[in-house]
Write a protein that binds this ligand. Structure first.
Ligand SMILES: NC(=O)c1ccc[n+]([C@@H]2O[C@H](COP(=O)([O-])OP(=O)(O)OC[C@H]3O[C@@H](n4cnc5c(N)ncnc54)[C@H](OP(=O)(O)O)[C@@H]3O)[C@@H](O)[C@H]2O)c1
Length: 290
């Protein structure tokens, strides 16, 4: 039963001609305006981009640096390419270094962590982007070694990187982990089982990790690009693929910068309460079930 006072309040709430009053600041009154617009600001953070020597990794690294982060650009065999990205960043006034590692080796990743700590400090934002590619083959034709390569770079990379970098994030009660997946993980296309199962395995690791470390203000997410236009495509004048574009709701391929923007957003405080997400950047080509 409502008492008379509460009944009156309830009725007047219903009868307000302009609807119920919400307790949000009135933007028209300067005094109530938020002090600042939310900004995508990564200053004071150290980011590591694995595969920073690769075509997507270099754009992710440059973007995180442009947003204010200090950036470790990882490479495996592409030292010159990683150093070029590092030099670009240094030229922009960003603290940066190039670091080598085999992302599937515990010792090699531990050595990389120490090198980054010496140059820039402990890693706050970890982007697991490196991948070992195989030629596309059906399950019956694909070699076991190719499956192992894919699983090492997609699944084990994330386990090893978590063991290496998360303890320090826990100590500092802040962290961002962003795995680069693919729209292919959702598509189960023929001749992609090595890659699909690698990326699916990576989702398994990262989603469990999101639950295990969330209480420490560490978010764990995936960005899943579609078929992206990169510098390599620009070089090869290979930016169109009508058959693919026809299937994509936005009728085009995405850009490397689109992927990097999603990574920067998830790394920032704007995404402080987003975790466990698989974020497709593919013009609507895959829509994970809800
Ligand atoms: N490009 C696309 O359209 C697209 C679409 C969907 C998803 N993706 C995803 O985006 C990410 C980057 O792809 P990308 O197109 O930029 O490929 P990429 O240019 O071939 O780059 C791959 C990177 O992985 C590194 N790498 C390879 N083997 C390694 C190992 N054993 N240990 C450490 N690093 C190793 C390479 O290092 P070195 O070159 O220094 O040896 C390189 O930096 C991948 O996770 C991929 O699955 C890409």
């Amino acid at each position: 039963m409502l008492g008379m006072g509460r009944l009156r309040a309830f009725l007047s709430h219903l009868l307000q001609p302009e609807g119920p009053k919400l307790s949000v600041p009135d933007p028209a009154r300067a005094g109530n305006r938020p002090k600042s617009c939310p900004r995508l600001d990564l200053s004071g953070k150290v980011a590591l981009v694995t595969g920073g020597s690769g075509v997507l990794g270099r754009v992710i690294a440059r973007t995180l640096g442009t947003c204010g982060a200090d950036v470790a650009v990882h490479y495996f065999s592409g030292r010159a390419r990683a150093e070029e990205v590092r030099d670009d960043l240094l030229g922009l006034g960003v603290r940066a270094c190039a670091v080598a590692a085999d992302v599937a080796s515990v010792d090699s990743v531990a050595a990389m962590r120490e090198a980054i700590a010496r140059e820039l400090g402990p890693v706050d934002v970890l982007v697991t982007n490196a991948v070992e590619w195989n030629a596309k083959k059906t399950i019956l034709d694909q070699s076991i070694e190719a499956f192992e390569r894919s699983h090492r770079s997609c699944v084990l990379q994330n386990v090893i990187a978590a063991k290496a970098f998360v303890p320090s994030m826990i100590e500092r009660h802040w962290g961002r982990i962003i795995g680069i997946s693919s729209e292919v993980a959702m598509q189960a296309l023929p001749a992609t089982a090595d890659y699909t199962s690698g990326k699916r395995g990576m989702s398994g690791v990262l989603r469990v990790l999101a639950r295990e470390v969330g209480a420490h203000e560490i978010t764990v997410n995936e960005v899943a690009p579609g078929w992206i236009i990169t510098d390599q495509d620009r070089e090869w004048a290979n930016q169109r693929n009508p058959e693919y574009e026809e299937r994509v709701p936005m009728k085009r391929r995405g850009f490397d910068q689109d992927v990097a923007n999603a990574v920067a957003f998830l790394a920032s405080d704007l995404a402080a309460f987003i975790s466990g997400v698989y974020l497709p950047v593919c013009g609507g080509n895959v829509m994970p079930g809800i």
